[in-house]
Design a protein around this ligand. Structure first.
Ligand SMILES: [Zn+2]
Length: 96
């Protein structure tokens, strides 16, 4: 498969040039394409109008799994910490 050159915009670096192989297409919820900026290596995502999703697919952009951005590692750690505390209280109750 040939890789087409695409231009994308990084919020930090401005226009960057990528190939379709560098892009990922996330079709969960709002369609968006994802890429790692070749200059600053930030992960960038842009919403894709539904009408051009098939254009990207036809150009060879592969589909990726949804990035689990809804809950951050920190939030998850907090949640687990709370969970542990709740468990401790339960055990204390049982002992008492
Ligand atoms: Zn960048």
């Amino acid at each position: 498969m040939s890789h087409s050159i695409v231009r994308a915009t990084c919020p930090s670096c401005g226009d960057v040039v990528l190939t379709t192989d560098d892009l990922g297409l996330d079709l969960h919820d709002t369609p968006r394409f994802l890429f790692a900026c070749p200059r600053c290596h930030d992960h960038v995502s842009h919403e894709v109008p539904a009408g051009i999703v098939h254009v990207l697919q036809a150009a060879g952009v592969h589909q990726v799994e949804a990035v689990p951005s809804v809950i951050s590692d920190e939030a998850l750690a907090d949640f687990l910490a709370d969970f542990d505390r709740g468990d401790c209280v339960d055990q204390l109750r049982r002992l008492a």
